[in-house]
Design a protein around this ligand. Sequence first.
Ligand SMILES: Cc1ncc(COP(=O)(O)O)c(C=O)c1O
Length: 485
Amino acid sequence: MLSAAKFSVGSKCSIRTLTSIATSEPSAPSVSTPIPGPKSKALKDDMAKVHQNPSVKFFIDYEKSFGNYLVDADGNKVLDTFMQISSIPLGYNHPELVALAKDPRLITAAVSRPALGAWPRTDFASLLRNSLIEVMPKGMSGVQTMLCGTSANENAIKAAFIRYQTLKRGGKPPTPADLESCMKHQLPGTPRLSVLGFQGSFHGRSLTMLTCTRSKPIHKVDIPAFDWPIANFPRYKYPLEKHGAHNKQEDEKCLKEVRSIIESRKKEERDVAAVIVEPVQSEGGDYHASPEFFKGLQKICKENDVAFIVDEVQTGGGASGTFWAFEQWNLPTPPDMVTFSKKLLTGGYYYTEDFRVREGYRIFNTWMGEPTKLVILEKVIEIIKRDNLVEKTRQVGEQLKKELSRLETVYPKNILNVRGLGTLAAFDMHDTQSRDKLIDVALSKGLHIGGCGDFTVRFRPALTYAKKHLEVTLDLLEKSVKSVV
Ligand SMILES: Cc1ncc(COP(=O)(O)O)c(C=O)c1O
């Protein structure tokens, strides 16, 4: 442990001094209480007095956690292959990021947070160039920062609607009739446009994004929804090499459905203005689709002037083995917009020139992003490049998939449909009960894995996840599978 920060953090009832932040990773997990343990349970009860808490699993001591290991409130050391739902790029307390805490840019951005849309920092454009623009997909024009993945998607969709209507008006701004009618939610100012999403997708939980999200009923129940269409996303059989014909048929069937929805909506004057799709349907159950499917989807969008929005909130930032998962599709042109958050630390979306919104206050809110995140991201990207972490992730991901496939042959009744892209690896179990039990047993042995969909186990480690972590993962996973059987 190292004395890393001299400032105090205070609250009304307790003042404590941050004296030490962990500087090395445990060599192996060690667990001495159930998880959640007594301290986590007491903290959860205390939290209930001031904040809703039903989704809280256990509490983490973020000062003691390091690299790929979290340390929970009870002192248990756990290998974390889930990393705050796929969102910490370099693991806990990377020393170069901890050292950044002293950077005056970080301090002033944290203490004097700007309303970015109106009064950005003098270094805002240069911060963007060194961070988000540094990893901007080829062929895109610029970036719009936002707060989180959901707000990135919402605003990308707004940009798609604005562009669709602008095209209809021959490139002209809204007319007085548009401006007057929109205040009454009437045509022509409030158009009957829609967004096509996919069964099993997850794009966020805000009122609008819930319409596109179709992963779990509990997210949607009781909430009104837009009348927007939904298409089927391919459901493949595994291993892929044995089921080529079935999987190709799935692609074709789903693409045909997308085309037919877009055409019929147009006839009904309820045009689809955008299609939003994840490279891997992560929350919904880690469902993959082929590059051919995505190429076909983009083609249909282009033919119908529909915006093709790729939601890389969970897949972006290198975990797929390329910085952006869609780079593996070999598209003839980039998507119209690519949304991100999680490993990119700030939410936002990249746009191609046609989707730049030219009038102020149409894509806007008070904060519109977070400059502290850009200061950190600048360093994160420097480290990812310097340490060749995307390629290393591709390699360790291959190994992870290979080893999971080996376990699938040993435990064919418990591990099914192994799949993966980089370290975004997953397998299915037979039912929710055994999946949930496996996750609990693994945690009790010091391995944190994630669940998704109804019966899927998923891995979402940091980009610093390496062979030594893989070995621990496989050892504890196999022991857990054996004890669940
Ligand atoms: C693909 C995808 N899109 C959007 C979101 C929503 O992002 P956020 O939770 O940052 O709002 C998520 C979150 O898990 C996601 O996985």
